[in-house]
Ligand binder design. Structure first.
Ligand code: BEZ
Length: 426
């Protein structure tokens, strides 16, 4: 039964990728097909293979079943696609194996709300009986599934959802994160805005767990640096199509600058409407880097030019791992990678390194596998090497990015300066 689902998931992935113009890489192979086939030029090149110690030799032994819980519908569908791509690329570069063991993946849609995410997680855990789950974009979903993974002792590697408490007050031995906590990029941006003497800030974010936390992170750092927040707005999450009432609120507030968190489809709509409403010429727009990342930038176009944000990754970062990663990813999917793809590639690397150091089955010794995950140490990420904190969150620097034409004339996020790291709050 699980095998049938696997094949269906792989076919769906192929169809989805075909619809979006992306190539499909080795994860599709790992999901039951021919592991020897290449996704596209370059993705399997030795030059782009990850760090030594990763288990890229011929796979053997019982397969590891990995559940991929990602949005394939709704405002975050584009992000889910990037996560799938990043995970599959790593598998492709490693012969479809993690820790020398063949990998079978089952993909389930997390949807847009905690309920849909919980249903998806239950399916993966109870019906498909996966060994581990990778993914989750939305903090609402991640918070909703926390107890399931904690109580069942199934390792969950979050590749986006930044809910602060999951690596803080509600941390679990079984939950790891290769992305960020919501507070981090926003705190970095708020701190920079205050240091620059930017006055009278308006903060806007969608009304759900991540929006509230991202706004709070920006406010905390900005106020600590002496800034004044003149207004805040939280448009309904997933249902707001027309931002005009909120844009009017910003204009009426007398703000000198705006800090925004939106992502996926909402980031495209907000940035476009900010320009159409005439605010782009009146009040500079800043934010956490999801606002203008590579997932949304092509659709935002000129409306995004000049926007400055803070994030832990941009394709332009100069380090050898990133240069090889960008080359392999672009060859495979015909577009530059995002932080979502990086977090998924890093999650695969984390599992690979932990499994290489672990004997037996995860289900038989979940505590032993957590120890192996905790023992991984430095992860050789395209963002630069990073380690996980005691509560399993990346300790990493953030960068000030600006949307500007790159060498090829296309708009991209150029790296302006490093903003330093931000501690987890809890
Ligand atoms: C979140 O829900 O945690 C989230 C979603 C999109 C981008 C960043 C964070």
């Amino acid at each position: 039964m699980a095998k049938i689902r696997l094949v269906v998931a792989a076919l769906l992935a192929v169809l989805l990728a075909a619809c979006s113009g992306s190539a499909v890489s080795g994860g599709g192979d790992a999901a039951g097909g021919d592991a020897a086939s290449e996704p596209a030029d370059g993705a399997g090149d030795a030059a782009s293979a990850p760090s030594e110690g990763a288990a890229s030799e011929a796979a053997g032994g019982e397969p590891i079943d990995v559940g991929l819980l990602i949005p394939t519908s709704g405002v975050y569908a584009l992000l889910g696609e990037d996560i799938r791509n990043g995970f599959e690329l790593y598998l492709e570069q490693n012969g479809g194996a993690l820790g020398g063991r063949p990998v079978e993946t089952v993909e389930v849609d997390e949807g847009e709300a905690a309920e849909t995410g919980v249903r998806g997680a239950q399916r993966l855990v109870e019906e498909d009986q996966v060994d581990t789950v990778v993914g989750i974009v939305s903090s609402a979903v991640a918070l909703g599934v926390r107890d399931l993974f904690d109580e069942r002792q199934i390792p969950l590697i979050l590749t986006n959802a930044g809910a602060d408490d999951l690596t803080g007050a509600a941390a679990s031995d079984y939950i790891f994160r290769t992305s960020f906590s919501n507070r981090q990029p926003n705190y970095a941006m708020g701190r920079w805005l205050a240091e620059e003497g930017v006055e009278d800030l308006f903060i806007i974010a969608p009304d759900y767990a991540a929006g509230r936390e991202q706004a709070a992170g920006a406010r905390e750092a900005y106020e600590a640096g002496g800034g004044t927040v003149v207004g805040e707005a939280f448009p309904p999450f997933t249902t707001t199509q027309d931002y005009q009432p909120f844009l009017q609120q910003i204009r009426d507030s007398g703000a000198q600058a705006v800090h925004a968190f939106f992502s996926g489809g909402e980031a495209i709509a907000f940035v476009q409407q900010y320009q159409q409403f005439g605010l782009a010429e009146e009040i500079p727009l800043y934010g956490s880097g999801f606002l203008t990342d590579t997932t949304v930038l092509p659709q935002q176009g000129a409306a995004a030019e000049g926007i400055r944000t803070a994030l832990h990754y941009a394709p332009a970062l100069e380090n050898p791992t990133n240069q090889a990663f960008v080359e392999a990813y672009t060859a495979a999917y015909d577009e530059p990678p995002t932080q979502y793809a990086v977090a998924a590639w890093d999650a695969a690397q984390l599992l690979d390194l932990a499994l290489a150091d672990f004997e037996g089955e995860i289900a038989d010794d979940p505590e032993g596998f957590v120890t192996a995950l905790e023992g991984v140490g430095e992860i050789d990420s395209p963002r630069g090497p990073f380690t996980l904190s005691d509560t399993h969150n990346p300790e990493q620097p953030f960068y000030l990015l600006e949307v500007a034409p790159g060498d090829d004339g296309q708009l991209t996020n150029i790296v302006v300066e490093e903003l330093g790291s931000v501690e987890d709050p809890n």
